[in-house]
Design a binder for this molecule. Structure first.
Ligand code: BTN
Length: 254
């Protein structure tokens, strides 16, 4: 991490609302945002009754076994850069999980943190944009499977937890503190338009070099990420596609 990225006052996690049971921490942060809460406020929950994932999916948790959090961001950037915030979240999770567990997770574009073939964490960036193309606010949600010993049948084959992967129970409070520190540092890199972010993505990506299929059916090999967070895909006929939304062929999201 660069010295520039470390400098300055901390933004993320100075104020944390630790809740017990909620519908979704995303909705709790949306409510705080509407009341004028400052950037960086964090809501965590022990359990979500209606946790949500990308593409309208549900996000399951077992009470007290996950890290479930949402962060309010107000980045002064164009809305085209919002997808990069999923990378910011995913890379911060990778930093924290590596530091606290010794595991070496990878990043599956656009927003999944993987250990081997198993998904351990999902990131959701929900933005409200302005008419001038700017960003009003982004709610960055992170769901990390920490101490689950089993999963519901529909995700059991493709999800895992840090406990299952290491054979140890992990301290969720400590993990949260490390994660918020990492998130703050990665967010500063984002604001500074640092190349460190894309370099880290290339280092940790399990998508680079993989065959991918975009939502519109076009296919090719992932060759890089552009500055907005879009995936660059080389098709068989040599064309370079910019994919802003898609799934990895043969690897559905957990
Ligand atoms: C995905 O992989 O589809 C994204 C999952 C994001 C889940 C987190 S859990 C905390 C926050 N609150 C929610 O309702 N969703 C996000």
């Amino acid at each position: 991490m660069s010295g520039a990225a470390r400098a300055g006052a901390r933004v993320i996690g100075r104020v944390i609302h630790a809740l017990d049971e909620v519908g979704s921490t995303q909705a709790e942060v949306a409510r705080l945002a509407a009341e004028g809460a400052p950037e960086g406020v964090v809501v965590t929950a022990r359990h979500q009754r209606a946790g949500r994932g990308r593409l309208g999916r549900a996000w399951w948790d077992q009470p007290g076994q996950s890290l479930l959090l949402s962060v309010l961001l107000r980045p002064p950037v164009a809305s085209t850069r919002v997808p990069q915030l999923s990378l910011v979240g995913g890379l911060a999770v990778i930093d924290a999980v590596a530091a606290e567990t010794g595991l070496t997770p990878g990043m599956r574009w656009p927003n999944d943190v993987m250990v081997g073939e198993r998904k351990v964490c999902g990131v959701l960036a929900e933005a409200t944009t302005r008419a001038d193309g700017g960003v009003d606010r982004v709610i960055l949600g992170i769901g990390l499977n920490v101490n689950q010993e089993s999963f519901p049948p529909d995700v059991a084959g493709r999800a895992s937890s840090l406990r299952l992967l290491t054979g140890r129970v992990h301290d969720r409070e400590r993990l949260l503190a490390t994660l918020l520190e990492a998130l703050d540092a990665r967010y500063r890199e984002f604001l500074a338009e640092s190349e460190d972010l894309r370099a880290a993505w290339r280092r940790h990506s399990v998508t680079l070099g993989a065959h991918v299929r975009a939502a519109d059916g076009r296919e090719g090999v992932a060759v890089d990420l552009d500055e907005t967070g879009a995936l660059l895909v080389r098709t068989e006929d040599g064309a370079l596609l910019r994919v802003v939304s898609g799934e990895i062929a043969g690897a559905p999201a957990a």
